[in-house]
Design a binder for this molecule. Structure first.
Ligand code: SF4
Length: 300
């Protein structure tokens, strides 16, 4: 057992996340015959098999290489590496629709989920039905643990007018965290030029906030590229985009933009808020990539 702790301690020192560290403990115990497979969560076995004890090196190397990959190649990497432990997260904006269409050509049975705040536009719900029909998939809908009625009862009416951060936390961040707990990686359609918080995003990066790999295949695309893809491939999109809604969220917090306004000016009007919290970067905490460079220095 001392030998086992030593092996894992080495990985702890290079910043390996707790979940994967546990998977390594399980893997080593399995190899040493101390436990049998039935005692290990299936996801942890998969995690350990995918990453082995080389996860830190792999992420650091892939992160650099992936910056020159096409979105389709990034998607292939994601599906080949993680199988059904990776899913696309989308609110079905223009970027999400382009990404969903690309994914359908790379891997037919891809997983797609959305955080349904229960405050979405009818046009968005309509688009979800069209997506399911066109691509032959079922969108995994994730809801807040708190119903809109319960939220009004416990937090007061129209929380979004007083504390949109708390409202987003209850209706978006908490359900997302719950969903991501069942995955090893998630795929998003964020672009660097959308907000300052997204400007330093990579195509493949460690998501310290949620503790898994985050994959952003079109992070270096412009809005123009997205719309060119949509028109060239006849991709369905939200009807509100034709009514001056470049960015679409909940009904309570989205308005059309006026000529000359920033594309995201219609989100949370009257507040300085630009993000719902799903893509804000966690400032603290080591990443596996950090750990890899640290390990390389130690080893070198
Ligand atoms: S976008 Fe508005 S209504 Fe939707 S969860 Fe956030 S604060 Fe609440």
């Amino acid at each position: 057992m001392i030998e086992l702790q030593d092996q894992v301690q080495n990985q702890s020192e290079i910043g390996l996340p707790v979940g994967i560290r546990q998977a390594r403990i399980d893997q080593i115990q399995l190899e040493q015959g101390k436990i049998h497979e039935g005692q290990i969560h299936e996801g942890q076995i998969h995690e350990a098999q995918v990453h082995g004890d080389r996860i830190t090196d792999r992420i650091a190397a892939v992160q650099v290489a992936a910056e020159s990959w096409s979105p389709q190649r990034v998607l292939s990497f994601a599906f080949d590496t993680f199988g059904d432990r990776v899913a696309i997260s989308s609110a079905f904006g223009a970027e999400g629709m382009a990404l969903i269409d690309m994914a359908s050509h790379v891997h037919q049975d891809f997983r797609l989920f959305t955080i349904d705040t229960e405050f979405l536009f009818p046009e968005t719900y309509n688009l979800m039905e069209r997506i399911e029909e066109k691509y032959g998939i079922t969108i995994e809908r994730v809801y807040s643990a708190v119903s809109p009625e319960e939220q009004a009862r416990t937090q007061g009416e129209a929380l979004w007018t007083r504390d949109p951060d708390l409202c987003c936390s209850l209706r978006k961040v908490e359900p997302l965290r719950r969903k991501l707990n069942e995955l090893s990686a998630w795929i998003t359609s964020i672009r660097r030029d959308q907000t300052s918080a997204r400007s330093s995003a990579h195509k493949i990066e460690w998501d310290a906030k949620f503790g898994l790999l985050k994959i952003n295949p079109i992070v270096d695309w412009t809005s123009k590229q997205v719309w060119r893809y949509i028109h060239d491939h006849d991709v369905p999109y939200n009807a509100l985009h034709n009514q001056d809604y470049p960015s679409i969220g909940c009904t309570h917090c989205t308005r059309a933009v006026r000529p000359g306004e920033d594309p995201r000016a219609g989100r949370w009007p009257g507040f300085a808020k630009t993000e719902c919290g799903l893509h804000l970067i966690q400032p603290a905490g080591p990443s596996p990539a950090d750990g890899a460079s640290k390990a390389a220095k130690v080893g070198g």
